[in-house]
Write a protein that binds this ligand. Sequence first.
Ligand SMILES: [Mg+2]
Length: 296
Amino acid sequence: MKNKTILIVDDTIANLDVLVELLDEYDVIDATNGKDALEIVNEEEVDLILLDIMMPVMDGYEVCKRLKSNENTKEIPVIFITAKTDEESIAKAYDVGGSDYVRKPFLPKELLSRVKKELKLQDVIQELKLLALTDPLTKLYNRRFFIDASQAFLEMAKREKSPLSLLMIDIDKFKNINDIYGHQIGDEIIKLLANIMLEVQRKSDMSCRYGGEEFVVLLPQTSLKEAQYVAQKLKETVETSHFELTLKQKVTFTISVGVSTVNFKNEINIEKALKRADDALYKAKENGRNQIRTIK
Ligand SMILES: [Mg+2]
């Protein structure tokens, strides 16, 4: 895992030196004033900020307020380190958005453990956020994420006047797989398809599990023709893959795919394009499965 980066802001150089040494297991950046600190957070990826309160020109409270009012920096936790010990100052530190407060002169071990605790908390929050957006079985994005992301992609495509395409994918005769081999193997097939999707998708494509054995891929900056190509590659990769039940017994499966592209004249949301992809998928099923269909 990438080393965490801590930004230390203090106008007293001697304090900076002590802290840099104490935190030597992390990547540390230091700044002696608030202005520099605000510039650094815009350029570097910072995981935590240790912030002095009493500094000339811009005090720590003001720095923290500005960090918290900026979309890009508001999530970075701030621990205040200061000689101010009156109740009002401490209350203000929390009011402006500080996560924690350490009194100067600080006890090195205490400071270190507070830093660790704060970083750990951030990791847990990140994990929870990711958990809310992904499907536990396949680790693909879930339907909720798809709905939000597709709207954002649509806005972007409109702004940039670039095409946005969709694939709707369904495992053929999935019920048969479950009936013959059991649900556990059914889950394995779903996982196998998810892995194939991740392997075949291009860097900016987003693969989502839409429902049971139904998947959607969002393809930004992709024309209908290019989307058909991606679908074709997916279908062929699935055909040549299998799940190994035993050394002798292999479970194979196929998929049907519906392809559509957003029509910017009519579409204010993604639903119509999704409906066309779904209709196309239905046609593919009707026509005998294991094929790709498109509705313009
Ligand atoms: Mg100071």
